[in-house]
Design a protein around this ligand. Structure first.
Ligand code: MUC
Ligand code: MG
Length: 366
């Protein structure tokens, strides 16, 4: 089997409810659909969600690097020769989202070619994951209403609250209102997307003591090395690295320097191959992982659950899998369903991300 053609198709689907957070806002899913075609007629599919404010990649940069830099070097290679393919991708630094989508599309091909679910090829641990829902910036009462609605409609009992606002009182109030309104049994954790300094994060931890928050993600820029390390040492809950750790090398650096003591894995930026390396590093060191959401579509969320459910360590915690519910539409032919707070992997060869061609024709921008 040989790679014959690679497509990088830009498309845009609006959100019904924009998601706002400390480092940006998403009102439209202006993503790139990656399709890798082989000489025997198979098509591997993945979604590439650019997050310019986080990684510097844009819809256009993902198209350009894929079409002009990666595709010419990958044509003719066998998708099974993963290490040869990754040698090519590694030569170019950064561009994690473009590389992640190519990697997922290649795994999708391997699954189809072997008539096996990729979830089984990766580890096959369990068939579904518990879902965690991300709550963006909103007044505290609206956050509570959203969380109660997601609990009622989908059975979701884990929420990640976006924080990182100033004054700190805004987020502190939201934590108190959510805990009071949701009760003790709902899991709540925070993600500041580098909105605070490490010392501000320490104040928030003090002023939310007793609320049972379980994690604090990316409280400040990880480059604030000394104060971040002090925060990690003093914090009663894990400090999770997210945008500071897109690669296995970054994970090693942050764990060894004491900048984080838990790691968020996102298949959108690590693909399945580097996500596997990161997971191995974390389990080897006894560090907890979370399966994060790069504000993914249904295709992206399906990739996350395919990887997350494949391993014991990545399926322990709820994965962030539900923010596609705020999109007006999606490209996935058979919609993802959240039942009793869980999403299942697909029981078909590959990843199972069959695209609705009419919708693609409607939303594509090229
Ligand atoms: C998250 O966990 O940070 C926001 C920006 C991004 O790249 O991902 C989201 C969610
Ligand atoms: Mg995050």
């Amino acid at each position: 089997m040989k790679i014959e053609r690679i497509e990088a198709i830009p498309y845009a689907i609006p959100y019904t409810h924009p998601l706002r957070f400390a480092s940006g806002e998403v009102a439209t899913a202006d993503h790139v659909l990656i399709r890798v075609h082989t000489d025997d007629g198979l098509v591997g599919t993945a979604d590439a969600p650019p997050r310019p404010y986080t990684y510097g990649e844009t819809q256009q940069s993902i198209r350009t690097i894929t079409e002009d830099v990666f595709a010419p070097q990958l044509l003719g290679l066998d998708p099974f020769d993963r290490e040869r393919i990754h040698e090519v991708l590694r030569r170019t630094i950064h561009n994690q989202v473009a590389k992640g989508a190519l990697d997922i599309a290649l795994w999708d091909l391997i699954g189809q070619a072997t008539a096996t679910q990729v979830h089984k090829l990766l580890g096959g641990y369990t068939e579904s994951m518990r879902v965690s829902h991300m709550l963006g910036f909103k007044p505290a009462q609206e956050l509570l209403e959203e969380a109660l609605r997601f609990g009622q409609d989908y059975g979701i009992t884990t929420f990640k609250l976006k924080v990182g606002r100033r004054p700190l009182a805004l987020d502190i109030e939201a934590c108190h209102v959510l805990r009071e309104g949701l009760g003790e049994d709902v899991e709540l954790y925070l993600d500041a997307n580098r909105g605070w300094t490490a010392n501000e994060a320490m104040q928030v931890l003090q002023r939310t003591e007793g609320l049972g928050l379980t994690m604090l993600e990316e409280p400040c820029d990880a480059k604030e090395a000394m104060s971040r390390r002090r925060l990690v040492e003093k914090s009663p809950i894990p400090i999770v690295g997210d945008e500071s750790v897109p690669t296995a090398g970054d994970v090693s650096r942050e764990l060894l320097s004491g900048g984080s003591n838990a790691i968020c894995i996102k298949t959108a930026r690590s693909g399945f191959t580097e996500a596997t390396e990161i997971l191995g590093l974390c389990t080897g060191l006894g560090v907890d992982v979370t399966m994060g959401n790069q504000i993914d579509t249904q295709i992206g969320s399906l990739a996350t659950v395919t990887f997350g459910a494949a391993h014991e360590a990545s399926s322990r915690r709820a994965g962030e899998l539900s923010n596609f519910l705020d999109m007006a539409d999606d490209l996935l032919a058979e919609p993802l369903a959240i039942r009793d707070g869980r999403i299942r992997v697909r029981e078909v060869p590959g990843v199972g991300a069959a695209v609705d061609e009419d919708k693609l024709a409607h939303y594509r921008q090229d």
